[in-house]
Design a protein around this ligand. Structure first.
Ligand SMILES: Cc1ncc(COP(=O)(O)O)c(C=O)c1O
Length: 366
């Protein structure tokens, strides 16, 4: 059998037709019908008023923070157990990230630690729905409402994830998604920003497009960026959105296959906790013993099965190191790995992966 990657995009459906429409019409930059069509379809899918596309999921977070007015002197509470873009974008505004630990079972930020990290400089809480499982949105929205803090949802990994039947991204003051090639729906590179308040949304649209005046040509109202998505990317996104329900259904089947076939090992699959829909961006295996994680990854690599380690903790990175001990996240990040998680995985490939994982534990234990 050939190598099984952790992820590969599924570019069927109307992708080629829509992209060809861009090429033949000449609308290949950041103007054209697919931008608005994708934004409207995406907003409809997640259940919010409007959305604005951007070049990737990192600038999406930066744009949301800037549009909310976060900057020097502010503190933003963020889980250390996340992809680094959630943290770098805070630093890039001039604000200070304040790291908190996560919950072992869900892998998500611990709301009680968020609450105790609040100071009089705290301006916002940036939460991350990691690997497709939602954070506890009841508690986080309550804390932010009471303390009058902005709540920003980094949903890069959580397209299709629900908290109490409501799509993530619809709880916070602002929310962002990524459409990188390994995401549940992709535009190659790409992202999108949602905001509750129309004025914040307006500011996002202006900031992403050089702050250009609505009334005067080549006049710029503020210091701003070019963070725009192209019509070609949006064309891919619209076609992907049409296929999204099928992707999510198959990803749930993939997760169920792993959960059943890998039960009883000294490891657990990351499953849903509470009234949530886990969208399984990544199917994650968390070993009891951190010392075995890299051995397992090497063993699978030798069988042509690609895996990814869990993210290292952000507060250990050179540019944002703190002396904190965040024991839950630190332990998770050393014990976890992501298994192949894309919707086109066949049952034969899944059986091969599970059999390889089981044989590793049999040999290692024996
Ligand atoms: C949690 C999280 N935030 C932000 C991003 C950044 O998205 P992008 O790679 O599109 O810039 C990612 C990307 O993988 C992510 O996983």
């Amino acid at each position: 059998m050939s190598r099984i990657p952790v992820y590969e995009p599924q570019l069927g459906g109307n992708v080629s037709t829509y992209v060809n429409e861009c090429l033949t019409s000449g609308w290949i930059s950041s103007r054209g019908q697919f931008i608005a069509r994708f934004e409207d379809a995406f907003a409809g899918y997640v259940g919010c008023e409007s959305a604005t596309t951007v070049a990737n999921g990192t600038v999406a977070i930066h744009l949301a923070l800037e549009a909310l007015g976060i900057g020097p002197g502010d503190e933003v509470i963020v889980p250390s157990f996340t992809y680094i873009a959630s943290v770098n974008t805070i630093i890039q505004t001039g604000a200070t990230p304040v790291f908190v630990d996560s919950i072992d079972q869900t892998l998500q930020v611990d709301p009680s630690l968020v609450e105790s990290a609040i100071t009089d400089r705290t301006k916002a809480v940036l939460i991350v729905h990691l690997y497709g499982h939602p954070c506890d949105m009841d508690r986080l929205t309550e804390i932010c409402r009471k303390q009058k803090l902005f709540l920003i949802e980094d949903c890069a990994e959580a397209f299709g994830s629900m908290w109490n039947g409501k799509h993530v991204g619809t709880f916070g003051d602002a929310a962002t998604f990524s459409f990188f090639g390994n995401k549940t729906i992709t535009t190659g590179e790409g992202g999108i920003v949602l905001a509750r308040d129309a004025a914040v949304m307006d500011r996002c649209r202006s900031l992403k497009s050089q702050g250009v005046s609505k009334t005067r040509e080549y006049w710029h109202d503020m210091l701003a960026y070019n963070y725009r998505m192209t019509n070609i990317q949006a064309a891919i996104g619209l076609a992907q959105l049409e296929l999204a329900d099928g992707f999510l259904r198959r990803k749930a089947e993939v997760a169920a296959f792993y959960a059943e076939e890998l039960a009883g090992l000294p490891a657990r699959m990351h499953g849903p906790v509470g009234n949530v829909t886990h969208s399984y961006w990544m199917c994650s295996l968390i070993l009891d013993d951190a010392n075995k994680r890299d051995h397992l990854r090497r063993f699978l690599h030798e069988q042509d099965i690609e895996t990814r380690p869990f993210f290292p903790m952000a507060h250990k990175m050179p540019h944002c190191r703190t002396s904190q001990v965040l024991p839950i996240g630190e332990s998770l990040s050393e014990r976890g790995l992501n298994l192949p998680s894309f919707p086109a995985l066949t049952d034969a490939q899944l059986a091969q992966i599970c059999s390889s994982v089981r044989s590793f534990f049999l040999n290692f234990e024996g």
